[in-house]
Write a protein that binds this ligand. Sequence first.
Ligand code: NI
Length: 136
Amino acid sequence: MNRITRFGVSIDHNLLKKFDRSIHKKGYKNRSEALRDLIRRNLINEISLDLKVKSIATLTILYNHHMGNVTDKLLELQHNHTSEILVSSHVHIDHNTCLEVIVLKGLTINIQELANNIKALKGIKHGELVITNSDI
Ligand code: NI
């Protein structure tokens, strides 16, 4: 069990009111948990900018499988990164559109490079990489 430290925070009254309204809407029971989440998010953002550390990530992509040879290129890219890809799920959304979620683990630089290469393929309508870290 980690030690818990209490600390006081000086903050502008109006800013705190806005913060309280915001966290209430999100369902937080108290400021402490909201603040802890903000700190964790900040640390994860920092880590995701450090290309030399190991991360875990999900890449969600939406694409039109009729567009050019996007399906072949997508498979080729993924087969070139078998050490980073843990699993991928494919859902046929409608006649044209596919949704794929790829779970990644490895050096952040490799994860970002793969995500950028996939997002740049012709036919990919939307791609979003979410990087996180289990050390937080
Ligand atoms: Ni499909």
